[in-house]
Design a protein around this ligand. Structure first.
Ligand SMILES: [Fe+2]
Length: 281
């Protein structure tokens, strides 16, 4: 009699408070048997790295579906991976907008329900030392705050707008550009996200511009203080890309940013996304 042995996730920690490397084969990952366990590890570790897994685009989409609901880039889009490059020759007009991704942020702060996770694969890295991607565990950063700070920020609300991220890379934006970005919207979100699981995380990043009830100086001070805290060494992991790597991050419990790279470097990434499952609350 043959006793079936269930495939398990083979993983090793990258840092105590963020990141785990998954070492299963492509076939094991595509079998779908590991979806639940990978989801659990994702929530615990914030970032999962699949070194040189070399998925094709179709495999990346299939793998994404083993973890949850595939989210199209825009409503009505076909199922395909999205090319991520700051080179306008590759990404067209969205290249400018992607410059905001060089600063710490959470994706989808303008949406009712932000995406659950992004799955990013490296097709071509930029030269070593450039184009790394940084991740910050905003669950761990919240949990590490002194109790008096947790009490101080517990009920605060923060206004977010994509337009606020514009000022990071265009300190004097043309009025038309600012108007177009402001037309995307502005949203009030809790500073501390109380998740359905009972865990709490910080909702900060380059779209956060004003703490409700505080003036500009006080707002900037608090938001900068929390960003600096959340991006300390203990709470962050920086991934240096090798072609074929795939990285997933929990967009509901991390911030991320791309590090500078040359527009002409040819760096090319492809992304899929998992649909969000809970609103900011
Ligand atoms: Fe992003």
């Amino acid at each position: 009699m043959t006793v079936g042995t269930k495939t398990q996730v083979k993983h090793e920690a990258i840092k105590p408070m963020i990141g785990s490397r998954i070492l299963n084969s492509k076939d094991e990952l595509l079998s779908g048997d590991l979806g639940d366990e990978i989801r659990e590890l994702l929530e615990q570790n914030g970032v999962l790295v699949f070194p040189e897994i070399n998925f094709t685009d179709a495999e990346q989409i299939a793998f994404t579906k083993t973890l949850g609901t595939y989210a199209p880039e825009r409503q009505g889009d076909d199922e395909e991976v999205t090319k991520i490059s700051i080179d306008p020759k590759v990404s067209g007009p969205t290249a400018e907008y992607l410059r905001g991704s060089l600063y710490w942020h959470i994706d989808g702060t303008m949406q009712e329900v932000p995406i659950l996770a992004s799955i990013l694969a490296c097709k071509k890295p930029s030269p070593k030392g450039t184009g790394n991607t940084g991740f910050s565990n905003t669950y761990a950063a919240y949990e590490g705050l002194p109790q008096e700070e947790k009490d101080r920020i517990a009920d605060l609300k923060v206004r977010h707008g994509i337009w606020a991220s514009l000022f990071f890379y265009r300190p004097e934006p043309p009025l038309d550009m600012l108007k177009a970005m402001q037309a995307i919207g502005d949203k009030e979100l809790p500073l501390v996200w109380s998740h359905e699981s009972g865990r709490k995380s910080l909702v900060i990043g380059n779209t956060a511009h004003t703490v409700v009830g505080m003036d500009v100086m006080e707002s900037r001070l608090l938001l900068n203080e929390l960003r600096e805290w959340a991006t300390k060494e203990d709470y962050t992991y920086t991934h240096e890309w090798t072609a074929g790597d795939l990285v997933i991050w929990d967009n509901t419990g991390t911030m991320h940013r791309a590090e500078h790279y040359d527009v002409e470097s040819g760096r090319l990434m492809v992304r899929t996304k998992l649909q969000g499952e809970e609103p900011f609350a």
